[in-house]
Design a protein around this ligand. Structure first.
Ligand SMILES: *Cc1c(COP(=O)(O)O)cnc(C)c1O
Length: 370
């Protein structure tokens, strides 16, 4: 069945094809009652085509399912791909919201620029989210700290093995319900310090949210797991001294005097969660420093008692206390350290805004279901 829904922006008409066999209410509820990150997807997906000649065209909502792709599609050979990660939150009154989607839209444009992909207009991005929620709103769970993880992505689909930016590109949005990152209690994680691998280099793609950066991080992530750690911390590739970030999260250290420090670097991803949490910290009177930080500074600061907390942050996990950092020849902190006070306070302030339990002084939340 194909229907057309009236749109807020009249020049973006999404063609909607409803899934003829969506999950039943009870099947969907069973998924929502026990969501496992990134395993089950909603009944529909959004896609918009781009071609050099036609620009962005044929925006549609269609049943979730496999993407037809020519084996010569350049993404499969040269990895021209970028993505975003965001969440839909159900508020107490049933309404559905997302957090700073304009920032994700703008970041997707920056990533596109770096990867020689076309920039999707912000209005198309925002409308795509609303279109998906219009058909799949029932997939946004309502239990505490559950959400609908939303994954917009863009890739080169031109069937051509020559090396140049593709002249055909696709943008998609898919979504998957997720449960709380932590169970009943938030417990600090152990992080592995990668001293052998880098995720990004000067002039490279570290600041773009590109699949290739993740591909480059996986072997280090495996090394982390072998050392009993959940995540990897990467250092700069030139000197191997300066903190960069984790494979998919930014890092922040907290000093005894309440000052928060976080790496400033051209080769890391500018996280929206980090930006927001640091804004909340500034609102509460904390000093925030964005500057190069060496691993020795963390090591010595922790030993002297000057650096008292560390946390990682990103959309999927929000704010995660770091209990210990393990390196091949030293360890900072301890695995059973309790979560830090500043970390936990910022975490709950952020989550309360996202779930509509606290005021939203910066106008970060945007409603998706209307
Ligand atoms: C997505 C991502 C983050 C976190 O960004 P948020 O906007 O906070 O979700 C951090 N680092 C990398 C490498 C990422 O891909």
């Amino acid at each position: 069945m194909t229907i057309s829904l009236p749109m807020a922006t009249p020049d973006i008409q999404f063609q909607v094809t409803l899934n003829p066999a969506p999950l039943s209410d009870s099947e969907r509820q069973a998924v929502l009652d026990n969501p496992v990150f990134g395993t089950v997807f909603t009944d529909h997906m959004v896609d918009i085509c781009w071609s050099e000649k036609g620009g962005w065209h044929r925006p549609r909502v269609q049943p979730y399912g496999p993407i037809p792709l020519d084996p010569a599609a350049s993404v499969l050979h040269y990895g021209q791909e970028i993505f975003e990660g965001m969440k839909g939150y159900r508020h107490e009154d049933g309404s559905i919201w997302t957090f700073r989607p304009d920032q994700n839209a703008l970041r997707l444009q920056r990533s596109a620029k770096r990867m020689a992909l076309p920039e999707l207009p912000v209005e198309y991005f925002l409308q795509a989210l609303k279109e998906l929620i219009a058909v799949d709103g029932a997939w946004v769970p309502s239990a505490p700290e559950t959400s609908l993880y939303i994954r917009p992505f863009m890739f080169a689909k031109e069937a051509f093995l020559g090396v140049r930016p593709a002249n055909k590109v696709a943008f998609y949005v898919i979504a998957s319900p997720v449960g709380p990152y932590f169970g009943d209690t938030v417990s600090p994680v152990s992080i592995w310090l990668s001293t052998h691998y880098s995720r990004a280099g000067k002039g490279g793609t570290g600041a773009a949210k590109a699949g290739g950066n993740y591909a480059a991080s996986l072997v280090a992530q495996t090394e982390a797991a072998e050392n009993g750690c959940k995540q990897v911390l990467f250092l700069d590739s030139e000197e191997g001294r300066f903190l960069e970030e984790l494979g998919g999260m930014n890092v922040v250290l907290v000093h005894k005097d309440g000052t928060l420090v976080t790496p400033h670097s051209e080769t890391i991803l500018q996280g929206i969660t980090r930006d927001s949490v640091l804004q909340l910290a500034e609102d509460a009177g904390h000093t925030v420093e964005r500057r190069p930080i060496t691993i020795d500074e963390w090591r010595e600061g922790s030993a002297s008692g000057d650096i008292v907390e560390a946390f990682a942050c990103g959309t999927a996990a929000t704010v995660v206390p770091i209990g210990q950092l393990k390196a091949p020849d030293f360890t900072i902190g301890s695995a059973d350290a309790p979560p830090g006070e500043v970390t936990m306070s910022l975490r709950s302030q952020l989550i309360d805004i996202q779930y509509g339990r606290a005021a939203d002084p910066h106008g970060w939340m945007q409603r998706l279901d209307q």
